[in-house]
Ligand binder design. Sequence first.
Ligand SMILES: [Fe+2]
Length: 331
Amino acid sequence: MNARIPDRLVAVDQQAMAPEILRKRREGVDLAYGRMKDRLFRVCAGIVSRRGVGENELLDLASDLLREVGTLPEMWLERSLKRAASDHREEFLVEHSLNVAILAGCVAPEMELEEEVRIELTAGALVHDIGMFEVPKDVLVANRPLSDSEKRIIRAHPELGRELLRASKVNGVVSRIVHQEQERLDGTGYPQGLKGSGIDHLACVVGFCDTLESVTHDRPHRSGRSFADALQQLLHAGRGIFPKDLWIAALRRVTPYPPGTGVRLSTGRVARVVRTHPEAPLRPVVELVSEGISLKQPRVLDLRHLPMVHITARLDLSSSFLDSSVNAPAQ
Ligand SMILES: [Fe+2]
């Protein structure tokens, strides 16, 4: 087994890093992302071909990913929000699944799960859409309304996934996550229409991260939303279909404006986030800055108490190499 995964994610103040260090770390995360993607591709190919894949291979990949995400969570979160490199079906599915697992890895430390459970959660996220590999490409990437029979094919993917995993001798928690990640607390999910506590909690986590990833990325029939928009949409639409403790964990960890983030306000002023409110992630406490540095007379604004002022964009105050391919959290 690999080195122990940290219990708590290490908060990284990206603004405090020198631009060169920041760039190198981003490159490192990009490279590690590519390696994880290759490994996940091989795992998925093994499962789908029914050649089988050792359960340990999947759990080792989950463990390694969790450890990587734990060292630089904000950069991994940024990486998970990049637009897909390809619309090739297999590559699209692998990137989507890896992104969902990264989001799950960001949320998990707030849920006080045992290390073994966090690894199973991440493994479930990595293969949550394995059944989608059995869906014909013209249905999966259709840029048109689906027929009823095509919808039935899509909605069969949790069952297909469980069968594929069974053939690969991957059972237990991971299989349950794959089978239930589309179930919703109010009974509107599928395939069984389970309700409330009848749904595995880890499957709810994966379902939440799956929805968040999907809303923030382009699909054939719509454009991806900004991260802040996606969170706001889930805050409104997701209450009642995802567990409350999951909301709290997600809002603590998957915050769009972590401390140190540069932002532009609706007043036109530039500011730096100094503190976040878990219950109001889009309205942090900010300090006004000028040309990236604090004012001589610091002005701190708590946006929670200023309803007429909101954040219009995220800015990189420390350098000029803002990665434009990262979804800005607000327009
Ligand atoms: Fe998915």
